[in-house]
Design a protein around this ligand. Structure first.
Ligand SMILES: NC(=O)c1ccc[n+]([C@@H]2O[C@H](COP(=O)([O-])OP(=O)(O)OC[C@H]3O[C@@H](n4cnc5c(N)ncnc54)[C@H](OP(=O)(O)O)[C@@H]3O)[C@@H](O)[C@H]2O)c1
Length: 424
C-alpha cells in the first residue's frame, strides 16, 4: 500500500516531544502497514535551537511558533511545551487555523479549556489530551468512550508519580519527607523545583479534567481544594500503619445530585483498598459508576515512552476519525459546577494534650459539640514535660464541623499537630 504522508508540527521537543518523535520512527513500518500512514515531523518549536536534543535532525527545529501553525502542510500540531502560556495561546491559534491539536499539557488544558474548545469549534478542528492525565493510562478514553452509558459518581486517583514515590519510600523506610525528596531529586524522580507536584497543584489540574469529563460539566481548577504532602511526617504514616491505613496523595471528586466535591490531599486508605497497593511512581485511577461498577486503571503515569504511546494514539485518532473529537460536553461560562467544601469524610487527628485528669473528656466534648463522633482515641508513648500525644480517628463527618471543632479546642490543654482525612 502507498502510504499517505501526514505532516506533524511539534510545539516543544523535550522529553515528551523527543519520545514521541522516536516512537513514530520506531513504529514507521507498522503504521504504514496497518493504517497506510507515514508521519513526518516537519517542524518542532524549541526555546533555543543551540541547546535542543541532538538525536533529532537540526533542520526540524525552529524558534518561531509561526513556522509550526502557519505551515499549510502541517495538519496535526502536538503541544509538549508545558505551562499555561504561551502553550494555550499557541494551541488556540493552531486550532483556529483548522489544525488538530494533541496535547500532554494538563496545566494549559485544565485552565484554558473553554478558550481551546471555542478555538476548536471555530477551526472545525479536533482537540485531544489523553496524555494530560495519567501518562500511558487510557483514562480519558475510558471516560469519554467506554463509560458513556454509565454515570460516574466518584473518582479517586493517585495521579502524581513523584508524590506517590515519596510517600511509598517514607512509608517503607520510615524516612523523613525532606530526606526522600532530596533523594528523589538526585535520582531525577522529582523536579529541581518540585512545588507543582508536592503542593498538589499538578494533581488538582488532573482531577479538574477528570471530574469535568466524568460529571459532564466544568469543574474549575481553582475550585479544587488543594493540600500537598510537605507537612506529612514519618510519625503520621507510622500511626496510620498501626491502624491499618496506608497514606496516599489522592485526587478525589464525587458527585451527589448537582453538588460536586473536588479535592487533593494526603489521605489514609484502608490497607485493603486497591489504591493502597499502588506503590512507587505508579499512577492509578479508581472510578465508581452509578451502575455499581467499579473500575481501576493502573500504570505508568509519566515518562518519555509511556506518555508518547498516549500521544501517538491521539495522533491516530486525529487523522483517522471522521469527525474531529473535542471535550465531551459544551463548556460555557454557565455550566461550571457549584463545588462544595463541606464534604463528608473521616479524619485522623494527631494532637498533644496536657496529661491531667479530665482533659480527654474536655477534648471529646469539644468534638461532640460540633457533632463529630470519635471512633477511636489512643495515647501514643509516655508523657513528656506534662504533655501526651493522642491520635483520634473520627467517624465520617462534615469537613466544616471538624474545622470548627479544631478551632474551639482550648490551646491551654490541647494542640492539634496534624489532620489527615480518611476515605473508605
Ligand atoms: N515528562 C513527563 O513524564 C510527562 C508526562 C505526561 C505529561 N507531560 C507533560 O508534557 C509536557 C512536556 O513535558 P516535558 O517533560 O517534555 O518538558 P521538557 O522536557 O521541559 O520540554 C519542553 C519543551 O518545550 C520547549 N519550550 C518550553 N517553553 C517554550 C517557549 N516559551 N517557546 C518555545 N519552546 C518552548 C522547550 O524548549 P528547549 O528544548 O529549548 O528548552 C522544550 O523543547 C508538559 O506539559 C508536561 O506536563 C510530561
Amino acid at each position: 500500500m502507498i502510504a499517505r504522508t501526514v505532516y506533524l508540527g511539534f510545539l516543544g521537543c523535550g522529553n515528551i516531544g523527543g519520545g514521541t518523535y522516536h516512537l513514530l520512527e520506531r513504529m514507521r513500518t507498522d503504521l504504514e502497514e496497518r493504517f497506510g500512514l507515514r508521519f513526518e515531523v516537519k517542524k518542532a518549536l524549541v526555546k533555543e535551537i543551540a541547546t535542543a536534543r541532538k538525536d533529532i535532525p537540526a533542520s526540524v527545529y525552529t524558534e518561531r511558533a509561526e513556522d509550526v501553525f502557519g505551515d499549510p502542510d502541517i495538519t496535526v500540531v502536538c503541544e509538549f511545551m508545558g505551562g499555561a502560556e504561551p502553550a494555550a495561546s499557541f494551541m488556540a491559534e493552531a486550532l483556529r487555523r483548522g489544525k488538530h491539536v494533541v496535547t500532554a499539557n494538563k496545566v494549559a488544558f485544565a485552565n484554558h479549556w473553554d478558550r481551546l474548545q471555542a478555538a476548536a469549534d471555530e477551526g472545525h478542528a479536533g482537540l485531544y489530551y489523553e496524555a494530560s492525565v495519567g501518562g500511558a493510562i487510557p483514562v480519558i478514553r475510558t471516560l469519554t468512550e467506554a463509560l458513556e452509558a454509565d454515570r460516574v459518581g466518584e473518582i479517586m486517583g493517585i495521579v502524581n508519580g513523584t508524590t506517590n514515590y515519596i510517600l511509598t519510600r517514607m512509608s517503607k523506610e520510615g524516612s523523613s519527607y525532606a530526606a526522600v525528596l532530596a533523594d528523589a531529586q538526585r535520582l531525577g524522580l522529582a523536579e529541581p523545583d518540585p512545588t507543582a507536584d508536592v503542593e498538589g497543584m499538578d494533581a488538582a489540574c488532573k482531577i479538574a479534567i477528570l471530574a469535568s469529563l466524568a460529571f459532564h460539566g466544568r469543574v474549575r481548577v481553582d475550585s479544587v481544594y488543594t493540600e500537598g504532602i510537605t507537612r506529612v511526617t514519618a510519625a503520621d504514616i507510622a500511626f496510620g500503619r498501626e491502624m491499618g491505613y496506608t497514606l496516599k496523595l489522592l485526587a478525589i471528586a464525587k458527585r451527589a445530585g448537582d453538588t460536586v466535591e473536588a479535592r487533593v490531599h494526603p489521605t489514609f486508605l484502608p490497607d485493603s483498598h486497591p489504591l493502597a497497593r499502588v506503590d512507587g511512581s505508579l499512577n492509578a485511577i479508581f472510578l465508581r459508576g452509578e451502575s455499581g461498577k467499579d473500575i481501576m486503571l493502573q500504570g505508568r503515569g509519566a515518562g518519555e515512552e509511556p506518555t508518547a504511546t498516549a500521544v501517538v494514539g491521539n495522533i491516530l485518532d486525529a487523522v483517522l476519525s471522521a469527525r474531529p473529537a473535542r471535550p465531551s460536553f459544551r463548556v460555557t461560562a454557565e455550566n461550571a459546577f457549584g463545588v462544595t467544601e463541606n464534604w463528608t469524610t473521616g479524619f485522623s487527628i494527631r494532637l498533644r494534650a496536657v496529661d491531667q485528669p479530665g482533659v480527654l473528656s474536655r477534648v471529646s466534648d469539644c468534638f461532640a459539640k460540633e457533632g463529630v463522633s470519635i471512633a477511636t482515641m489512643m495515647q501514643k508513648g509516655a508523657a513528656e514535660d506534662g504533655w501526651v500525644q493522642l491520635v483520634l480517628v473520627t467517624h465520617p463527618t462534615r469537613e466544616q464541623s471538624l474545622r470548627r471543632a479544631l478551632e474551639n479546642l482550648d490551646p491551654a490543654i490541647c494542640a492539634p499537630e496534624s489532620v489527615i482525612r480518611v476515605e473508605a
